[in-house]
Design a binder for this molecule. Structure first.
Ligand SMILES: O=C(O)C(=O)/C=C/C=C/O
Length: 494
């Protein structure tokens, strides 16, 4: 059986437990919709509490089976084979990701799918090359002791991942988890089940021991998400998504004192100084506002521009927004749909709120005229506002859509205070040709990641994550080891 069985009209998307695909034991299912058309294209089998318990039990059993007995080198060989198989089946993953998200093929083929493989390769390298820690310790009796650390897997890791970059963000967690010898139970977003289910086929194809990788479909409260995070045999929980959901998961993690790793929401600022290279700033910021239809945790939703270039910047951004034509067919289509009708209503609510609060709509602000197959898609117009106040709702709350408010500033101290005036702390970008100022202002940002004259430029070895309401912990390179391993320090009296 495979991850998806297709009928002429809709696909059936299955759970993957202990190396096999299966329907939900309570016979419940839910609809899988293509956001670009609004049409139902699949039926997803919902995992029951018993199914989730089976998945956790399979993951736990795998820890003491062949997987748990493997050397690091043997694990590295397997997860490298996973990366190679993802690359070999790139077209299948591309079709699955585009079906689930409606995003334009060029976005998924250039970002989502390549990162699916890269995330496994990255952590195969990390665990192959990571140094240990040791100390020669003089002892009170005039002798010596030798201290060294060993890292062991944490155990069964629950992976709860979002719908905006489904394969990218799921493998950003599964890659290091498996590299460190853990086993995983993945609960993909109910909006985007396909690539997580498809990865099960890859695991079987490379000979991954059964139970190492499991996938359960469903929702949050009273469904697979809650069944998973409440299961006492889950040793740690990693989650990327909205801050509110993170808070709910954190409460579940408290029972049993389970460790958590969170990458949550943001209200990321950009600062454009008068001496910025305007071509670079407009190219980078139009991507950061409109890429993936603004459904990027690292996306920019508020831009502060030094007053002398404010009008010029707004005009350039408005022109750039025209290039993000809603629709996913046609040669110049750039702006895909939002993930669901519900999310589109949320974003349109903010579009209305901005105007109610006095904003001027520079471009966009509504729903585009789209005919043909995509008429039923969840599209909105790329939107820019000026005449917004720093304290306006659209400048403080995460919208997660293709929109941003643009405000002038007059001094460096003023703009640092404005940028940092938020409960979030995920990322920021600073645009200036004065690099000593770029370094200085970047260091003043209270965020996990700050780009200077760039955006979403990613070195997977770097620390990635946020502070405040944007998350707990860091992922990336050796930083991921802190969450995916337990350390034992051993002291030997010589
Ligand atoms: O680039 C990454 O590793 C990553 O985690 C991106 C997250 C985007 C969230 O919307």
């Amino acid at each position: 059986m495979t991850s998806v069985s297709s009928s002429p009209i809709t696909d059936t998307i299955l759970n993957f437990i202990d190396g096999s695909y299966r329907e939900g034991s309570e016979g419940k299912s839910f609809s899988n919709v293509n956001p670009a058309t609004g049409a139902e294209i699949g039926v997803v089998h919902e995992a029951s509490q018993a199914d989730v318990a089976d998945a956790v039990a399979a993951a736990k059993a795998a820890l003491t089976g062949p997987w748990g007995k493997m050397t690091t080198a043997e694990r590295v060989k397997l997860i490298t084979a996973v990366a190679t198989e993802i690359e070999r089946r790139a077209d299948d993953f591309l079709a699955a990701e585009v079906a689930d998200t409606g995003k334009p093929r060029h976005v998924a083929s250039h970002i989502d799918i390549p990162r699916g493989a890269a995330n496994f390769r990255m952590f195969a390298d990390v665990v192959s090359t990571m140094p240990g820690e040791s100390f020669n310790t003089p002892t009170p009796d005039g002798g010596q002791a030798f201290n060294y650390t060993v890292r062991k897997p944490k155990g069964v890791v629950a992976v709860v991942c979002p719908w905006n970059f489904p394969l990218l963000l799921m493998t950003w967690k599964v890659g290091p988890a498996l590299a460190c010898g853990n086993t995983v139970v993945v609960k993909p977003s109910e909006e985007t089940p396909r690539t997580a289910a498809l990865l099960g086929e890859v695991m079987n194809a490379v000979g991954m021991p059964k139970g190492v990788y499991n996938v359960v479909h469903g929702f949050g409260p009273g469904s697979a998400g809650e069944f998973l995070t409440s299961n006492p045999d889950v040793d740690a929980i990693t989650f990327t998504g909205e801050t509110g959901t993170g808070q709910a998961i954190m409460q579940k993690a408290a029972t049993g004192v389970r460790d958590i790793s969170f990458e949550l929401g943001g209200k990321n600022p950009a600062i454009v100084f008068a001496d910025a290279d305007l071509d670079k700033a407009v190219e980078g910021l139009s991507r950061s506002v409109f890429l993936n239809t603004g459904q990027v945790c690292l996306g920019t939703e508020r831009v502060y521009v030094e007053r002398p270039i404010f009008d010029a910047f707004v005009a350039r951004m408005a022109a750039a927004a025209q290039d993000f034509k809603p629709g996913v067919t046609g040669d110049r289509a750039y702006l895909g749909p939002l993930i669901s009708a519900e999310h589109r209503e949320k974003v349109l609510g903010y579009y209305r709120r901005a105007v109610e609060d006095g904003a001027t709509v520079v471009t966009g602000g509504g729903v585009p005229e789209i005919s043909g197959a995509e008429a039923g898609g969840f599209f909105v117009e790329p939107t820019l506002w000026i005449d917004v106040a720093h304290g306006d709702t659209v400048m403080r709350e995460e919208i997660f859509g293709p929109c941003c408010g643009i405000l002038p500033f007059d001094s460096e101290d003023e703009v640092i205070a404005l940028a940092n005036d938020t409960v979030y702390g995920l990322c920021a970008s600073v645009w200036t040709e004065n690099l000593s100022r770029g370094h200085r202002v970047a260091a003043a940002m209270e965020v996990g990641v700050c780009w200077v004259n760039s955006w979403f430029l990613r070195d997977l070895r770097t620390a990635f994550g946020g502070s405040g309401h944007s998350g707990i912990g860091r992922e990336g390179g050796v930083h991921s080891l802190e969450f995916y391993t337990e350390i034992t320090n051993i002291c030997v009296k010589l």
